[in-house]
Design a protein around this ligand. Structure first.
Ligand code: BTN
Length: 245
């Protein structure tokens, strides 16, 4: 995939900017918009995404996954979160994917992903993959509960954001192409092997109830299947279950 990066110093949200630009121009797959600052950065479930000016990575990448059925769209989450975590491995240990697609370092969140699909009938016409990755920010004042940045992990030398951006977009492109060539089980396997709390029993909360469970699997649909300590399998969609710390 040919990656082409558009740098802008400030925008409301790179996801919004890229969607608008694409609506006007029909951009090629692999177009990336990256910014130093967002005035209205968006997170999952209508949350905001805050990030100090010029410190971090905030970018959106355009895909045209006409070969992926809407029912299989979770593979895009798997590809993107794997792409991020596999590049972060070059910067240290302890990175994982908190289902469905948060990127964690130990028990702290280092990156968030917001994927927005435009459907046309039964196909995905275009996908905007938005990624916010904490890179050089030293202090976090927002309400985000447990943020961490790469510089806090890897020592105090500022990290080159451009190198990181190039590596992540290339890695996502590579995984995306490998999926197109039929490596879907390989991607699902690699995703499963990187899951936060992927082995052993931990505490979860669902419908006001607390319980101990271990991750059994993540289904193609993206549902998380937990095996409770009582031996019962329970299946959850995003936001139906929380991880307790
Ligand atoms: C989350 O809530 O974890 C997802 C956060 C996604 C933030 C990124 S920053 C770049 C892109 N533009 C946005 O407005 N959001 C995403």
């Amino acid at each position: 995939m040919n990656i082409s990066i558009i740098d802008i110093s400030e925008t409301d949200s790179t996801n919004h900017y890229l969607r608008e630009l694409n609506a006007e121009n029909r951009l090629p797959e692999g177009t990336v918009v990256s910014t130093d600052f967002q005035t209205a950065g968006r997170g999952q479930m209508g949350n905001t995404w805050e990030s100090e000016r010029g410190c971090n990575l905030m970018f959106s990448m355009l895909l045209r996954p006409a070969h992926i059925q809407p029912a299989q769209q979770f593979i895009i989450s798997q590809i993107v979160s794997l792409g991020v975590v596999e590049v972060l491995d070059d910067y240290g240990n302890g990175f994982s994917i908190k289902w469905p697609n948060d990127i964690y370092w130990n028990d702290k969140k280092i990156a968030g992903i917001l994927i927005e699909n435009d459907l046309a009938g039964k196909t995905i016409f275009s996908t905007v993959v938005g990624i916010g990755l904490n890179v050089n920010q030293q202090k976090f004042c927002s309400s985000a509960p447990n943020p961490v940045s790469l510089v806090q992990i890897s020592g105090n030398t500022p990290i080159d954001r451009r190198v990181l951006l190039d590596s992540i977009t290339q890695q996502i492109g590579k995984l995306y192409e490998s999926y197109r060539c039929g490596e879907d089980t390989e991607i699902a396997f690699r995703y499963a092997s990187r899951l936060y709390h992927g082995a052993g029993y931990y505490d979860y909360e669902a419908g006001g109830q607390r319980f101990s469970a271990k991750i059994s699997r993540v289904e193609e649909s993206g549902h998380l299947v937990l095996l409770t300590s009582d031996g019962i399998e329970r299946k959850f969609a995003f936001k139906e279950v929380s991880f307790l710390f």
